[in-house]
Design a protein around this ligand. Structure first.
Ligand code: SAM
Length: 280
């Protein structure tokens, strides 16, 4: 019977299965199993959880998640060339690893998971951001997941954890921090990947809050935040003109100076404004 020790190194896996990295799929692989285990540990206690992994590739992070004791891993991979490599891992963890060949943006694996669920991924950055926004804006809260542990381009990671007052602060920070405790838990240089990307990367851990930080209607909050940051250089009274005919009064009722700009407003202030705009 195959054992974990009989699995080939990831470099060998890539050679055996001829997994030359495809740029179109954002393939920058992690080949150091110590590193992938370290990332898996950032996802928290996995022993009682199903883990949804997006983009397992040759399976470095998948091995890390299983080695850290994940009850079960459901992995969604677009590139069919990776399936034989992932099958080798599945053989070592019978019944614990299931792989779906498909596009994570198109399939809904929810029915195949049993709560509690954690999500972990090293994804192409565009797909990662798109999925993050979807995971942060479900129809109901709490969402299907307890936590998200995701690799991003460092610049995107900085935007997720950004505080008011700087250029990085915007829609992503508010969306993420309103509903999650967000932390950068690891930084990785380009050389950590094969092939090396042009930019630095970081792992962000988002822990779902039972309740959002402050009360607000998610649709109104999302609309007002998008409008405010679409014209982030303008004063709020101008940027939010389309939100209500009496926007200056509403801003003041929410305790906000109409002459302020979007990046100066805290999440609490945006929520106060969303509540004010919900009034007739
Ligand atoms: N997790 C592996 C690792 O850490 O070495 C691979 C990471 S690589 C940055 C991104 C992986 O996501 C690739 O295996 C790629 O084929 C896969 N991928 C890209 N777009 C995808 C999509 N839309 N749905 C599912 N997987 C995708």
């Amino acid at each position: 019977m195959a054992t974990i020790d009989s699995l080939p190194s990831l470099a060998q896996v890539i050679e055996n299965h001829q997994l030359s990295a495809k740029k179109s799929l954002g393939q920058n692989f992690l080949l150091d199993l110590n590193l992938t285990s370290k990332i898996a540990r950032q996802a928290g206690d996995l022993t009682q959880c199903d883990v949804l992994e997006i983009g397992p590739g040759p399976g470095g992070l998948t091995r890390g998640l299983l080695a850290e004791g994940a009850r079960r891993v459901l992995a969604v991979e677009k590139d069919a060339r990776c399936l034989p490599a992932l099958a080798e891992i599945a053989a070592v963890y019978p019944g614990q690893l299931e792989v779906i060949n498909g596009d994570a943006l198109e399939i809904d694996p929810l029915s195949m998971l049993t709560p509690p669920i954690r999500v972990a991924a090293n994804l192409p950055y565009n797909v990662g951001t798109e999925l993050l926004v979807r995971w942060l804006t479900p129809a109901v809260w709490p969402p299907f997941w307890q936590s998200l542990t995701l690799m991003f381009q460092r610049e995107v990671a900085n935007r997720i954890v950004a505080e008011p007052g700087g250029k990085a602060y915007g829609r992503l920070a508010i969306l993420a921090q309103w509903r999650c405790d967000c932390r950068i838990v690891m930084s990785l240089p380009p050389e950590a990947f094969t092939p090396a990307p042009k930019v630095h990367s970081a792992v962000v851990h988002l822990q779902m809050r039972e309740k959002p930080l402050f009360e607000a209607d998610p649709k109104i909050l999302s609309r007002v935040v998008a409008a405010a940051f679409n014209q982030r250089r303008k004063m709020l009274r101008a940027a939010l003109k389309g939100q209500a005919p009496d926007i200056e009064d509403r801003l003041m009722a929410a305790g906000i100076k109409p002459t302020e700009r979007a990046e100066q407003l805290s999440i609490e202030q945006f929520c106060a404004l969303a509540r004010e705009l919900a009034k007739p």
